[in-house]
Design a protein around this ligand. Structure first.
Ligand SMILES: N[C@@H](CCC(=O)N[C@@H](CS)C(=O)NCC(=O)O)C(=O)O
Length: 312
């Protein structure tokens, strides 16, 4: 697989804000990709067979490797194609912006999107039956959540405060990351894009022309890198054709390597993927799962924001 043809598949759906962040990174790096559209609501049989219990979207696939969570997807895409980098002006600050946007700002957006205005849009898109399934599914997703949650009024006030400061900052430059868009832009955009898709009335941009223009610039970027489309079972054929390239074990001294563990997000969607731990370092937790027909599957999780424990 070359940089020109890295064999990237994104499991995602059109209206997923974290997927929009991943699509923006692919676009910024001008990486070709194949789109596998997953349903907004479980079940997602092919994906579940591949990654196990992890149930969040998006997931990046490359051969028999699966990268869960946009923070790790971003790191993987940076490793595949370092230039142009999206970590300006500083990798640490970019990752902190990513983390804040993915927690506090996203929680703020979630509180607004599930207000009656947002639910009306969902009803139009999904119909009554699917909407009921979505509401049940998302209640399950948030069950035992340990993440930040906002009351709608606090969310609306926080959003206004955020828009004011963002607008001031964007008066000085085209992007938060500088002249070129970067991880901070993609991460902060995602929750605002989410509100705009489902409940645009809650994102009043009158008086925030800099934010509006910035959102439009990022929309154009996202649309500039159209994927090829493939049906859901394409991912199985890709796995079968890929070599069984077990990750190089850089942490062999950790006694847990080689044992069975369950890995899950520390915040929400806390359903574990179970497999044999193959790699554990500051960036990743990698497990190997085995499918009788497909052979070895390597599922990668970020170290930060995920927890694991031994299972028998
Ligand atoms: N921290 C994760 C969050 C992913 C996330 O919450 N994704 C949403 C969709 S945008 C999700 O999975 N919702 C439940 C679902 O689609 O089943 C990431 O960065 O990928």
């Amino acid at each position: 697989m070359s940089e020109q043809e890295p064999g990237l598949i994104l499991h995602h759906y059109a209206l997923s804000p974290f997927s929009e962040k991943a699509r923006l990174i692919l676009a910024q790096k001008r990486l070709p990709w194949t789109s596998i559209e997953q349903p907004m609501v479980l079940p997602r049989p092919e994906l579940e067979r591949l990654v196990g219990g992890y149930r969040r979207i998006p997931v990046l696939q490359q051969g028999r490797h699966f990268y869960c969570d946009t923070s790790l997807i971003a790191a993987r895409l940076e490793a595949i194609k370092a230039s142009p980098s999206f970590l300006a002006p500083s990798p640490t600050l970019s990752r902190l912006a990513e983390s804040y946007a993915g927690t506090a700002l996203f929680a703020c957006a979630n509180a607004l999107v599930f207000q009656p205005g947002g639910v009306r849009t969902m009803l139009k898109i999904l119909g009554r039956e699917q909407l009921a399934a979505l509401q049940k599914d998302r209640a399950e997703l948030m069950r035992e959540s340990r993440g930040v949650q906002f009351q709608p009024r606090a969310a609306a006030a926080s959003l206004q405060a955020w828009l004011r400061s963002l607008d001031q900052e964007l008066a000085a430059g085209a992007f938060l990351s500088g002249k070129e868009p970067g991880l901070a832009d993609f991460s902060v955009l995602a929750p605002l894009w989410y509100i705009r898709q489902f409940y645009s009335a809650a994102l009043q941009l009158d008086g925030f022309a800099n934010v509006r223009d910035w959102m439009d610039r990022l929309k154009a970027l996202s649309e500039s890198n159209a994927p090829r489309s493939a049906p859901p079972d394409h991912c199985l054929a890709v796995v079968m054709a890929a070599p069984e390239d077990r990750p190089v074990d850089s942490s062999a001294q950790d006694p847990a390597v080689g044992t069975r563990i369950g890995v899950q997000p520390a915040d929400y969607g806390r359903s574990p993927s179970v497999g044999v731990l193959r790699e554990l370092d500051d960036n990743e937790i990698v497990i190997e799962r085995t499918d009788r027909e497909l052979g070895a599957l390597y599922v990668h999780f970020p170290r930060v924001g995920y927890e694991w424990e031994a299972v028998s």
